[in-house]
Design a protein around this ligand. Structure first.
Ligand SMILES: [Zn+2]
Length: 62
């Protein structure tokens, strides 16, 4: 369930936004999501560094 996640520390790297949030069980999750229409890239990472790396190396299909 993609509930009411509160994102913080939202940054943008190219077309990709990276944000951190808690998943409701007290665990921190880091999300990288591409904002380009038609791309659909969206992934969760256990570390902020991982999410930022994914954003930096993302090759947009759109
Ligand atoms: Zn993309």
């Amino acid at each position: 369930m993609p509930a009411h996640r509160r994102f913080r520390d939202v940054i943008r790297i190219g077309p990709v936004q990276v944000a951190s949030s808690y998943d409701g069980r007290g665990r921190e999750t880091h999300t990288a999501a591409c904002t380009a229409p038609g791309c659909g890239f969206d992934a969760d990472y256990s570390t902020r560094a991982g999410a930022e790396l994914a954003a930096r190396t993302h090759r947009c299909k759109a």
